[in-house]
Design a protein around this ligand. Structure first.
Ligand code: MD3
Ligand code: FE
Length: 212
């Protein structure tokens, strides 16, 4: 199922409904096994407070505000490798939005977020990576209100849009350092057959630019 492309800003491209329901179910079932560990899904602690979002990482472990191979803020275990099939899916998504050089994309980490009905993510920039290759995002389950801001500050202007189950979003080029966040989960909007009964999963593929 391929939706139509919408470019919100240079390098910020929304492709609604790109994942099929069976791909969404596969990602949900992978999420369930990733969440079990060796590093269990957890809420990262930021300035002494647990985030409302829960995150499990592949390839590299993100903790505020750096990437490590081992989850030294959780249980010290090494995170699972980033599977090739997920890298391939990221490349295919870049291809689908006609991203230049899609086939050369080499993400080395995925951050997998789970939002329950009350979870949020405040406006932030993702700048713990050392290279500015595009971020590819997949959404599954309930829709959210996604706030896409500007690169200058947390303030306006911003655009609010719904991200729904199966949507792809690519953030690269001039939009790579834009402020963004999730202001609300919209309960009971997950399509039947997506594999997730409640809440929202978001998977972001990234290239850290780090090496061991
Ligand atoms: C725009 N996640 O994990 S994904 C995050 O829905 C994060 O869970 C949100 O922000 C979520 O850091 C939004 C879309 C996204 C990811 C990375 C970006 C948007 C971005 C990097 C730069 C600009
Ligand atoms: Fe982010």
């Amino acid at each position: 199922m391929t939706g139509r492309l919408r470019e919100l800003a240079p390098g910020a491209i929304h492709l609604p409904g790109w994942l099929s329901l069976s791909q969404q179910r596969e990602l949900v079932s992978a999420f369930e096994s990733w969440s079990a560990g060796p590093v269990p899904i957890r809420s990262a602690t930021v300035r002494g407070h647990p985030m409302s979002v829960q995150t499990v990482c592949l390839g590299w472990h993100w903790q505020p505000y750096r990437y490590t191979r081992a989850a030294t803020d959780v249980n010290g275990a090494r995170v699972l490798p980033l599977p090739d099939w997920l890298v391939d899916l990221g490349r295919a998504a870049l291809d689908a939005v006609a991203w230049p050089g899609a086939q050369a994309y080499r993400p080395d980490t995925a951050l997998v977020n789970y939002y329950d009905a009350t979870a949020r993510m405040g406006l932030h920039q993702d700048k713990d990576e050392v290279v500015w290759d595009p971020v590819v995002s997949f959404s599954i389950g309930d829709s959210c209100v996604f706030r896409f801001g500007n690169t200058e500050s947390r303030g306006r202007p911003w655009t609010d849009l719904d991200l729904a189950s199966g949507d792809v979003f690519v953030f690269g080029g001039p939009s790579r350092l834009a402020y963004h966040g999730v202001t609300k989960i919209i309960p009971e909007t997950a399509p039947a057959g997506c594999g997730l009964a409640t809440g929202r999963i978001n998977i972001t593929l990234r290239a850290t630019g780090l090496s061991d």
